[in-house]
Design a protein around this ligand. Structure first.
Ligand SMILES: Nc1ncnc2c1ncn2[C@@H]1O[C@H](COP(=O)(O)OP(=O)(O)OP(=O)(O)O)[C@@H](O)[C@H]1O
Length: 773
């Protein structure tokens, strides 16, 4: 990233001269930043004026004036909000360009070689979080997402286009702190305003990468690298698939891409981008990034366990249970469960009503037959079939009634019979006993209520029809033991996908029978005169609204390697018309059968065109940590190349071992304490999932900078320092355990300690068997 060292300090070799050059360049940028702030203040004053003016117009009561006022207030409010939120770290880049030489494509650097004889800088552009124009409408700052800003990220010495110098400006608030330059045309000896172009290198990227981590991710807008920028600006259509090892910036790139898409086509994407994250922890870690990019509230970031409204998955399945719940064998089970839920305990076994002096009775067998006919082929959601259930019950009762009457032969008056039938339907259909029966026999089912009966192993055994082994059946039913009759109780991210499946199979429950009287209906009598078309439209509107809430224009999937087939189905339902960005790393997959997950993804994407990218540089781990992690990668995913670590700290991971298992806790605490003293930011201790409680107790009282995590919870997160305790325990958690251990070992930005007990078989240096080179 930095310029070659012989030009880092300009032409002088003296340190003092280098410092004065740097100070001069900082002063140049400070001047520009001051201009930008003056302009922003003018804009702020304008926005406030409009706001006040708009308020004064409110006294003019005509509808036109009010509408105009609302529009003005809205615009001014937006403007103020954006200006206020984007004042921090506002300006971060600059490019100095030669004059255009031949055609350019969308502002991207032309491939045409430039005339080396003309070293003059013809144009200078500043890049920031938001575009700002001066009073003459000239660009003071260009929005980082604008095509004109692309060369800032895309130009390299090999493919410089028009860029001769690329500068990263570090600032805090209104003060410029430093600049870092890349000279992209060393062959040119470029000239700016008749003076040789100054090149300053102060290691801004390395400073960024090395700085302390907090509990939220920062944006990388000032230091997006070329291969990352290519992904961020990739066309939206079809599916953009991005792979890359740990720390290559997949999550960061995915979030910046959301901001880019909004900039490109705000109307299409506003409110319509969904980012799916593997855990709630990762959601809270990343959710500050988009607001920092000025995109507050436009993008929904949700954990895969919280994709269904009203459900927060807050517990984890064991790997064996996860494997069953995630597999596509659950599709058939859920279909049968949705029907079987009608037979919940307490469902009435017979219907008895009296009509025209007769007692009519439908027994269990008759009711079973009727239910089978109502359900038919199963294409219609169960809850929507209640009106059909009512009709078939009335048909059956009517047939019973007819049977009690003497036959009148062919001369039966059809019209008379028709009228009788209508009266019968009205009489029975409104009868309180009949209605109570119908509500109990065809209850409004919620997904949770339909899941609850599966606590019963015998029922699951009946419904799976041999597709699960006895052991799997037992495990599955046992995982729902704690649910009550309404399905209340803790749920996992795998349950969420099953509940979503059930939601589709059941449909929204019918409205309550005795609906609240609508005051407007009472006043207008409108309900009396609604037509079938009106009613259809209402249903259609309601469905459309629901669809609008859950369907997105673009779906971004983070850590896609972990999604199960059932989760792919769930996400696919929210993306029927969507374009996709999917980022992941198969070598970090905690899903046991990556091939099955891959097939599920392919099925979800269907015929959409795929665009593939690979990110190759690890910005998180220093080389010393990456090197140790790569020993596990070689076992977890033989043949997969680790990404190149971009920096090295000279500090090697520590290996600590204890002779007895019960010494692990105190040693872990001591290590976390030591690391808290060594780094300014966060320290995470990662343990096997079933030791999370223990680990929390080990570090209790050490303050908010220390965090205890189960192996699966560490996904996507990062800490200044990490302690990975019980590595063989993590590796042994499931068939994917080695990949999960690889994830754990790649969370640290500065320090890593591996803590082993006797079961890890450490050698004399404390290096556990799994981590020996
Ligand atoms: N161009 C960049 N400039 C500065 N920091 C960067 C850049 N790219 C990535 N980073 C930083 O590197 C770290 C890793 O990024 P990120 O979490 O997006 O990687 P990832 O590929 O999603 O990792 P994992 O697969 O392990 O979850 C973050 O701290 C991120 O801010």
């Amino acid at each position: 990233m930095t310029a070659p060292s012989d030009i880092q300090a300009g032409t002088s070799s003296s340190r003092a001269h280098a410092d004065s050059l740097r100070d001069r360049e900082i002063a140049v940028e400070q001047q520009h930043l001051d201009r930008v702030y003056r302009r922003l203040e003018e804009k702020l004053a304008e926005a406030e004026y409009i706001l006040n003016d708009a308020t004064s117009k409110a006294s003019v009561g005509t509808p036109g004036a009010l509408a105009e006022r609302d529009a003005q207030v809205f615009r001014a409010g937006l403007h103020l909000q954006r200006l206020n939120s984007e004042f921090e770290d506002f300006l971060f880049g600059r490019i100095d360009l030669q004059s255009p030489d031949g055609p350019e494509e969308d502002g991207f650097p032309s491939q045409t070689p430039l005339d080396p004889a003309d070293p003059a800088v013809a144009e200078t552009l500043h890049i920031g979080r938001l575009g700002v124009l001066d009073t003459e409408y000239g660009p003071l700052v260009i929005d980082w997402r604008a095509p004109a800003a692309a060369p800032f990220y895309q130009s390299t010495p090999l493919r410089p286009g028009r860029v001769v110098r690329r500068r990263v400006i570090r600032s805090r608030g209104r003060r410029v702190l430093g600049v870092e330059d890349d000279l992209l045309r060393p062959d040119l000896e470029p000239v700016l305003d008749g003076e040789p172009l100054v090149i300053v290198g102060d290691g801004a990227l390395m400073a960024t990468l090395g700085r302390a981590r907090g509990h939220s991710m920062r944006d990388i807008v000032s230091s997006i690298q070329q291969e990352q920028d290519t992904v961020i600006r990739a066309p939206a259509a079809g599916a953009t698939l991005v792979t890359g090892g740990p720390g290559t910036g997949k999550t960061a790139v995915a979030l910046h891409r959301a901001a880019f898409l909004l900039y490109q086509d705000r109307r299409r994407y506003a409110g319509g981008i969904l980012v799916v994250s593997p855990t709630a922890l990762l959601v809270s870690y990343t959710e500050g990034v988009l607001p920092a990019l000025g995109e507050e509230g436009q993008v929904a970031i949700r954990a895969v366990g919280s994709l269904v409204d009203g459900i927060e998955a807050d517990s984890y399945d064991s790997p064996e249970v996860a494997r069953i719940k995630g597999s596509s064998r659950m599709v058939a089970l859920m279909r049968r469960a949705a029907r079987a839920a009608l037979d919940a305990p307490g469902a009435p076994a017979e219907l008895r009503v009296s009509a025209l002096g007769e007692v009519l009775r439908l027994d269990a067998a008759a009711l079973r037959n009727i239910r089978r006919s109502v359900l038919g082929t199963g294409a219609t959601p169960v809850n929507l079939l209640k009106p059909r259930a009512r009709r078939l019950l009335l048909d059956a009762l009517w047939s019973l009634l007819l049977r009690t009457r003497p036959r009148t032969g062919d001369r039966v008056d059809r019209e008379h019979q028709q009228r009788e039938r209508e009266a019968f339907d009205e009489h029975i259909g409104d009868d309180e006993r009949f209605l109570t029966f119908l509500d109990a026999w065809w209850p409004a089912l919620t997904p949770r209520r339909a899941l609850a009966p599966l606590r019963d192993q015998r029922l699951v055994g009946r419904l799976v029809r041999g597709s699960l082994s006895q052991q799997e059946t037992r495990l599955l039913a046992a995982s729902w033991k704690h649910l009550d009759d309404d399905g209340r109780g803790a749920l996992t991210a795998h349950d969420t996908a099953l509940l979503d499946e059930l939601l589709v199979l059941l449909g929204e429950p019918a409205r309550p029978r005795h609906r609240e009287v609508d005051a407007v209906d009472l006043l207008t009598g409108l309900d009396e005169v609604t037509t079938a078309a009106d009613r259809n439209r209402r249903t259609f509107d309601a469905r459309r609204e629901a669809a609008e809430r859950t369907e997105y224009a673009h779906v971004i999937v983070d850590e896609a390697q972990d999604l199960t087939p059932m989760q792919w189905r769930m996400i696919g339902r929210r993306a029927r018309q969507a374009t996709w960005t999917i980022v992941g790393d198969p070598a970090q997959s905690s899903w046991i059968d990556p091939a099955e997950a891959q097939a599920a993804m392919d099925e979800t994407l269907g015929s959409k065109t795929r665009r593939r990218y690979t990110l190759t540089t690890n910005y998180r781990n220093p080389a010393e940590i990456a090197d140790v992690a790569s020993r596990v990668l070689a076992q977890a995913a033989p043949g997969v190349e680790p990404p190149n670590a971009v920096r090295s700290t000279g500090v090697h991971p520590r290996f600590v071992s204890v002779a007895a298992e019960d010494a692990v806790g105190p040693a872990a605490r001591a290590e976390v304490e030591r690391l808290l003293g060594e780094v300014d930011g966060t320290v995470g201790i990662v343990v096997p999932m079933d030791r999370r409680g223990e680990a929390a107790a080990w570090i209790s009282g050490l303050g908010g900078r220390a965090v205890a995590l189960g192996s699966l919870e560490a996904k996507g997160l990062e800490y200044d320092a990490t302690v990975v305790a019980d590595p063989s325990g993590i590796a042994g958690e499931s068939e994917a355990g080695l990949r999960v251990l690889y994830v754990a070992l790649t969370r640290a930005t500065q320090r890593l300690t591996v803590l082993s007990g006797p079961l890890d078989l450490p050698d004399g240096d404390g290096v556990p068997a799994l981590l020996r080179p």
